[in-house]
Design a binder for this molecule. Structure first.
Ligand code: FES
Ligand code: FE2
Length: 443
């Protein structure tokens, strides 16, 4: 059982503006807590509708350490369930996607319909009631072809996120895409270090020489990639307006959405800055539309350019180990070897991810040191890291307060402990977050 008082002491020990206390990166109990409090209560971007192209299909993923399966029925309705058999808990669908009329557990062949109903349980006694043993539902949302799940009984509010991301993402036609490639990378570092690295470009100029060709590392200061004072950005904005594309930025408690220009003359985040696919994902002739960056706490970011969408997800597998998954989408009519080449499509992010892996693993080695002390983030170049860490600490405190039940806030978390302990510490100030966002995130 997680000692919430100890976790609270770790979080309360964090100095504002500074990296986390060592135990929050290195201790197994902090990871146990993160699986439950963070991954169990956040919206997670698990993939895309195009990964379940056929009716009667599924997409199985692992969220934290919980297997989850998203199903699509004959009518095109998406549902999500804990991918854990109601007999003795075996994982039903293997990780990945496929087409199945029904979901059959490989252990003793209990059979579930795609709506989660248990339809067959072999040789069970007469007193057994199948109706009480359907798959446990998980919340699922589809935003313009992107699939999000949340395992909490009462998930964080989703409406404003949908309203802000949906119109910017819809022109990228993810519903008409296909998965061109997917790969994974094991990084020997705590997931929060992986995400901190993914939330800043302070390291890019020296760490990513290839990415610097296309990615505007000099512009990526503060909360916005694009400065309206720059005449190049004014031209960019005019081009977007002519193409009917929104720009943002939209910053929510657990998301950031913004379209920003790439470096002069660069059309895509590829090794040479050219388009990676001849069949654009965005309708119309304009391809100089920069990148729509959409990032989700706690685990993900995507870049949608005219030709492709790239997905990055970090999932903890152990205290000092994180699985990074990358996916590349192209238009479904694009033909491999004719319209795109997987090697060219993936080269830049593969190179960049390997560089980031080395940076993260090196960071982790220093964070294991008895000499580690939390250090100050750069308030402009690492502002998104600060947002991530502030969000993490706030989410952790919400979880602990809800379970120790003493601060009097409306509590929407499930399984709230009835026992009361002492008062949780005062909520940390949250630079950059408005009160309304803060309130919304509590739920
Ligand atoms: S655990 Fe699934 S059928 Fe037995
Ligand atoms: Fe990086």
């Amino acid at each position: 059982m997680i000692d919430l008082e100890r976790i609270r002491a770790f979080v309360a020990g964090r100095r504002l503006g500074y990296s986390l206390p060592q135990a929050l990166y290195n201790s197994p109990e902090a990871l146990e807590f993160d699986f439950d409090a963070i991954f169990g209560y956040s919206w997670i971007l698990v993939g895309f509708t195009c990964e379940i192209p056929q009716p009667r299909g599924y997409l199985a993923v692992t969220v934290g350490r919980s297997p989850v399966v998203v199903t699509r029925d004959r009518e095109g309705t998406y549902r999500a369930f804990h991918n854990s058999c109601r007999h003795r808990g075996a994982q039903i669908c293997p990780e990945g996607s496929g087409t199945r009329g029904r979901l059959t557990c490989p252990y003793h062949q209990w059979v579930y319909d795609l709506d989660g109903t248990l339809v067959h349980a072999r040789h069970m006694q007469a007193s057994f009631d199948p109706a009480e043993h359907g798959l446990k539902p998980v919340h699922v949302e589809n935003v313009a072809g992107a699939l999000f799940v949340c395992m909490a009984e009462t998930p964080p509010p989703f409406t404003r996120f949908r309203e802000q991301l949906g119109p910017l993402l819809a022109p990228h036609r993810l519903e008409e895409a296909k998965l061109a490639h997917q790969n994974t990378l094991v990084e020997k570092g705590n997931w929060k270090l992986v995400m901190e690295n993914a939330r800043e470009c302070y390291h890019c100029a020296t760490g990513h020489p290839e990415l610097c060709l296309t990615f505007p590392v000099a512009d990526a200061v503060g909360d916005h990639f694009a400065s309206d004072d720059d005449p190049r950005h004014a031209a960019f904005t005019a081009r977007l307006e002519a193409a009917g594309l929104g720009k943002g930025p939209f910053l929510g408690p657990w998301w950031q959405v913004e379209r920003f220009p790439l470096n002069e003359g660069q059309l895509s985040l590829t090794i040479d800055g050219g388009l990676a696919s001849k069949k654009p994902m965005v309708a119309g002739d304009e391809t100089d539309i920069g990148s729509l960056r959409w990032a989700i706490e706690p685990h993900s970011f995507c870049h949608s350019t005219a030709d492709t969408t790239v997905y990055f997800s970090a999932m903890p597998t152990a205290t000092g180990e994180t699985l990074v998954t990358c996916k590349w989408l192209v238009h479904k009519d694009a033909v491999e070897g004719v319209d795109y080449d997987v090697g060219r499509l993936t080269e830049l992010w593969n190179v960049t991810n390997l560089q980031d892996r080395d940076l993260v693993e090196n960071n982790q080695r220093g964070v294991y040191s008895v000499g580690y002390t939390p250090g100050p983030y750069n308030e402009s170049d690492e502002s998104y890291v600060l947002r991530f860490i502030d969000w993490y600490c706030d989410k952790a405190m919400d979880f602990i307060a809800a379970r120790t039940g003493v601060d009097g806030r409306p509590i929407a978390l499930r399984e709230v402990a009835s026992r009361a302990t002492d008062t949780p510490p005062a909520r940390a100030a949250k630079p950059g977050l408005e009160a309304s966002e803060h309130e919304a995130e509590r739920l």
